[in-house]
Design a protein around this ligand. Structure first.
Ligand SMILES: [Zn+2]
Length: 477
């Protein structure tokens, strides 16, 4: 009695693949029915999930194992919709011929009928078909690669969207536009990193608090947020295989979609998140503990360099936190007493009546600049539309696009500055600015100190073991 073993493969190059595999199944089962072959097993692989090729061919491996271990016996048939569904490579065909011919197992396809693998002529025909199919596949892959490269150097929207954007249209008409819900979350994440100096942990919490699923439909992990914050796509730059695409002059290729940050902001975010040596403590998962690293100045002989953080560890153990001159390392001061002094001095300054004037708000400006950025993005849409309708020729469009890009970059720079003064504005609006400052996170405190004063660390006097406040100079701006 003949049993049928049906193999189905969902191919990634067919649109609406679910329907395609359902049709394969119906046709194959119909063929078995007409021949009165009971179906013993249905194998089904999904090419669409072929990021892992072994996983994508799991059931094919199972079919071969069933052949090898004698579950499928002489007189049985293997049924597939077409030969290229069953086999993708010449090597696959050789394996199949070997297994089927010896055991007298027939292969039948809906498209071409019985493949006679027991005779030399039948084997030759089957192999030739496999050779042709493999050649087509190789050519097609090369064509798709070339198309993807062309799309990248044209600055066309990538085939997969980034969080913050939506894809519209298909193929060459594909466009990426801002997602009204996600884009503000992305902008906020960058503000938290670049303006407030928050840690990745806090930024990740904030992104997930928005309640929007990631592109993959999950919550974002810290690694995902780091990837987001270093992705050039948000600065409007086109990438291919993870690299920014460059034109013949070595200039980065700008994408055809609205940027959420400026290139300058992108560079700063990458520096903050990828250069381990420069990474402030905050990015190791704990809150940033140095108030003055990169902020306070070295006062050794009028040096003027900023200070970095360090540890003074005379016995090789974990010693006291220190500030060290970044340029010359000729100055090293204990950090905790200095931080304490500066925090108290600034709080005292904020307790004075004129403090609110120092902290004039920037929120209105941020709102105005955001509106300006939206208007620029809209202007680009209008220009694109005019190009489509033939009102603009290619030159008009390029000129307009360049004008908008320049304006967008300028607005982006002003937004960064305004967002920063908006941190101060929030503090200025508090009932008690001094108390709000003392309670604020370190990132905010750093912003305020930087806005109000220049702090210079003078060398400690030799032999002096106790802290002398006079060695910390605070010049109010
Ligand atoms: Zn110095």
């Amino acid at each position: 009695m003949t049993s049928a073993y049906v193999y189905l493969r969902q191919s990634k190059d067919v649109e609406n693949t679910r329907a395609a595999v359902d049709r394969q199944r119906a046709d194959c089962l119909d063929l078995c029915e007409r021949n009165r072959w009971p179906v013993a097993e249905v194998y089904e692989d999904n090419d669409a999930s072929a990021s892992n090729p072994r996983k994508a061919r799991k059931d094919y491996a199972r079919l071969l194992a069933d052949l090898e271990h004698g579950r499928i016996v002489s007189g049985d048939v293997i049924v597939a919709w077409a030969q290229d569904r069953l086999l993708r490579k010449v090597a696959d065909m050789l394996v199949l011929i070997d297994l089927c011919a010896k055991r007298g197992i027939a292969v039948v396809t809906v498209q071409a009928g019985r493949l006679d693998l027991a005779t030399t002529d039948g084997q030759t025909l089957a192999l030739m078909a496999a050779v042709i199919a493999q050649g087509e596949m190789t050519k097609k892959a090369a064509r798709q690669r070339a198309e993807a490269e062309q799309a990248a150097s044209d600055g066309q929207a990538p085939s997969r969207r980034a969080f913050g954007y939506r894809l519209e249209g298909k193929g060459r008409k594909r466009r990426m536009v801002l997602d009204p819900a996600e884009a503000p979350v992305v902008r906020d994440a960058f503000d938290r990193l670049l303006v407030k100096g928050q840690s990745l942990v806090r930024i990740t919490d904030a992104v997930n608090a928005a309640g929007l699923p990631s592109v993959r439909g999950t919550t974002l992990c810290r690694k995902g947020v780091r990837y987001l914050l270093t992705n050039p796509v948000y600065a409007g730059l086109r990438t291919h295989h993870g690299e920014v695409v460059r034109d013949d002059d070595g200039e980065p290729v700008r994408g055809d979609w609205p940027a959420i940050i400026t290139e300058d902001e992108h560079d700063r975010a990458v520096r903050l998140l990828t250069d381990a040596a420069r990474r402030p403590a905050g990015f190791r998962g704990t809150a940033r503990r140095w108030l003055g690293s990169g902020l306070f100045r070295c006062g050794m002989d009028g040096c003027g360099s900023d200070v970095r953080c360090g540890y003074r560890s005379p016995n090789g153990g974990n010693g006291a936190r220190t500030y060290v001159c970044r340029e010359h390392a000729h100055l090293s001061r204990r950090a905790d007493v200095i931080d304490d002094l500066v925090l108290r001095a600034v709080a005292a300054r904020l307790a004075r009546d004129d403090a609110r004037d120092l902290l004039a708000g920037g929120d209105d400006e941020v709102t105005a600049l955001r509106a300006e950025a939206d208007a620029l993005a809209a202007a680009l849409d209008v220009a694109r539309d005019r190009l489509r309708r033939g009102v603009y020729d290619e030159d008009d469009f390029v000129t307009e696009k360049r004008r908008v890009k320049v304006a967008q970059e300028a607005v982006g720079r002003r937004l960064t500055a305004a967002a920063r003064s908006s941190v101060l504005g929030t503090l200025g609006a508090a009932p008690d600015p001094a108390a709000a400052f003392t309670a604020a996170d370190l990132g905010t405190q750093r912003e305020v100190v930087d806005a109000l004063a220049v702090v210079t660390l003078l060398p400690a006097r030799r032999g002096e073991s106790s802290f002398d406040p006079a060695t910390v100079r605070i010049d109010w701006r």
